[in-house]
Write a protein that binds this ligand. Sequence first.
Ligand code: G4P
Length: 527
Amino acid sequence: MSEELNKEIARRRTFAIISHPDAGKTTLTEKLLLFGGAIHVAGAVKSNKIKKTATSDWMEIEKQRGISVATSVMGFNYKDYKINILDTPGHQDFAEDTFRTLTAVDSVIIVVDVAKGVETQTRRLMEVCRMRKTPVIIFVNKLDREGRDPFDILDELEQELKISVRPLSWPINIGEKFKGVYNIYERGLDLFTPSKQTVSERIEIEDVNSPVVDELVGDDDAAKLREDLELIEGVYPEFDKEDYLRGEVAPVFFGSALNTFGVKELLDCFCEIAPAPLPIEAEERRVCPEEENFTGFVFKIHANMDPNHRSCIAFVKICSGKFERNVNYRHVRHNKMMKFSAPTAFMAQKKSIVDEAFPGDIVGIPDTGNFKIGDTLTAGEELHFKGLPSFSPEMFKYLENADPMKAKQLDKGISQLMDEGVAQMFVNQFNGRKIIGTVGQLQFEVIQYRLLHEYGAQCRWEPISLYKACWIESDDEEALAAFKKRKYQFMAKDKDGRDVFMADSGYVLQMAQSDFPKIKFHFASEY
Ligand code: G4P
């Protein structure tokens, strides 16, 4: 084990910010980048968002709809830490993309709007975090606006996100009367002055009963603060970092991202408690970041960022060892050695070629169709990282060729788009028809658009009434054969040739489950 490697691993924090659209994810990301000196003016992230859409053809769709289809990586240095933020698309139609991004992070920050509380998208993303036991910190945002009682918010977080919470900061009033937050973790008072650029001065408060607090926030608010803190100490157990790291307790911070308020506290605490890169399970064994040999996996493929070069970028998460430019690595699925002359890193929103990268880092590798989501790269070892599940899609349509002269282009296009993870394809074993499953309507439009613009193929969608795709298995071969025979019209294969039962209603699925107790039904492809 080299010392350099250990040092680099220990200082890395790779995480994603997730939220329901409009809760303030972009604003918070931007403020974090400001602290890291990665950008110098507020607004840079947003304007970058717009620029990206303007320079990329197929993202015309997102421009029209004003949503961010793209997810990217932002790296920056803060104090001694190297921080990698993996951006996730806010739009729910791209939830699958976000799920996969969550497989490449070591922890998560959830942003919740104080007025709106927990919203649908947050609930679903939290399910994935729970499944993977990802440590979570919650930032309750927009305290400068009228919102809900903080205790109510805490109750809702616990109930809706099914995780214990522990406030580490506490607001003094809210909305127009918002005066600041008391930092329970560091015992300090931060007084609020609305500002988009500057950070308020921290006032150290050893004892919250000190008359200084009354002077600073007024008698009534000081009394309320003391009362609240007493209640917190009574109700919530002492914060235990280990509970957080196990994904059992989520520390909660309050603030206002737009006013850069509470953000530094969040970032400081995050650096201190959030995990450095963790070991990752492969099918063969557990891989530790400190291992000498490089390993990594592709968690995302991003197409056509630059319309002049119609290639893709495969995003590789480094899991162990040092990754180096121009060194031969094994592409395990193809069983061939490849070296990469232009791997890029993402620092301060700028892409630049890097010579080396360490566990926790993400490198972008220009790709012309060699990679699929989930592919493993190693220094030579036969290894397959797991845990990139596909979830049952929510919407299904038959894919039809609308231009018989371009059947080949359609086949190639659809297969590449599926490799990129844009949607999932199932082939019905009874009639051979291709069924595309997505999380939202928008993906059908993206596929149609990209097939035409990138592959010159035209497709048509035909309706199909399906409820869920269930991956099935059984220890009992006979039972499996009997099930497949009975449901032959509804049996399909997924991209890896696995058996999938396409249930057309919740009732049918329920009946199938009770009629065939020996069959296991899974709603995600990893089981
Ligand atoms: P998202 O990425 O989660 O979708 O949210 P985003 O940061 O884009 O924020 C959504 C809206 O909420 C933005 O307003 C943003 O300015 C506002 N916002 C974020 N944090 C705070 C906060 O702490 N307090 C208040 N009052 N507002 C906040 P917008 O009008 O949609 O966009 P813009 O025109 O201001 O950029």
